[in-house]
Ligand binder design. Structure first.
Ligand SMILES: CC(C)(COP(=O)(O)OP(=O)(O)OC[C@H]1O[C@@H](n2cnc3c(N)ncnc32)[C@H](O)[C@@H]1OP(=O)(O)O)[C@@H](O)C(=O)NCCC(=O)NCCS
Length: 181
């Protein structure tokens, strides 16, 4: 298994895996499979080449098995924040640590950017597999958004979480982005 940053050459596989994610887990994602399936391949390529996104893939036996994205903020006053999005591991490859490796890849990427102080994300209330994974990687809950998504006739809340990336898990500050004393 290896983790690598995706580029335009991965657009087809990225599209296929994200559409699988939206289709199989409609409650876990705000985008719907119907909205995304009509987007042209250039839209997916754009996501993989945009300066405002970094998308990582987990590969097993040469096949894209998991994905996660990190989005950067263009606005001056919000450039210290980034957002983890589009986290998915295909069912056959779960419980092998790919999810954790992908989250760790976003944290390592964020820590390369000295202006970044945190990663935030949302996870649908009741999605315990994802919630526990994020907690294990150092994310903490700071809010609960009521009725955040509607899937059919059902409404779901979203848990808001964040991770201070200037702090290494279990201890001190990172060297690259430590705060002034
Ligand atoms: C949430 C999700 C990404 C987790 O992916 P994953 O690759 O299974 O994650 P990990 O393998 O790192 O961790 C999952 C569990 O497997 C366990 N695990 C990890 N490596 C293991 C191994 N070698 N043997 C046995 N168990 C292992 C972990 O301890 C963890 O246990 P827990 O459920 O008690 O927390 C995946 O379930 C998924 O894609 N779900 C659907 C989409 C989704 O909900 N996305 C998140 C949107 S916010």
């Amino acid at each position: 298994m290896w983790i690598e940053r995706l580029d335009a050459s991965h657009a087809l596989a990225y599209r296929e895996l994200m559409l699988e994610a939206y289709d199989r887990h409609p409650q876990a994602f705000t985008s719907s499979v119907r909205e995304r399936a009509v987007m042209p391949l250039s839209w997916w390529e754009g996501r993989l080449t945009s300066k405002l996104d970094a998308v990582f893939g987990a590969f097993e036996d040469g096949r894209l098995a998991g994905i996660v994205g990190l989005a950067f903020e263009p606005r001056e006053k919000a450039r210290h924040k980034s957002t983890l999005f589009g986290m998915y591991v295909s069912a056959d490859f779960r419980q092998h640590g790919l999810g954790q490796k992908l989250v760790e890849a976003t944290i390592a990427e964020a820590q390369k950017h000295p202006e970044l102080k945190l990663i935030q994300l949302t996870v649908t209330a009741g999605n315990d597999a994802a919630f526990k994974l994020y907690q294990r990687c150092g994310f903490v809950q700071f809010g609960l958004e009521p009725l955040a998504v509607r899937v059919g006739e059902d409404y779901f809340d979203k848990i808001h979480m964040w991770r201070d990336i200037t702090v290494q898990q279990g201890g001190g500050e990172t060297v690259a982005s430590s705060r002034p004393q």
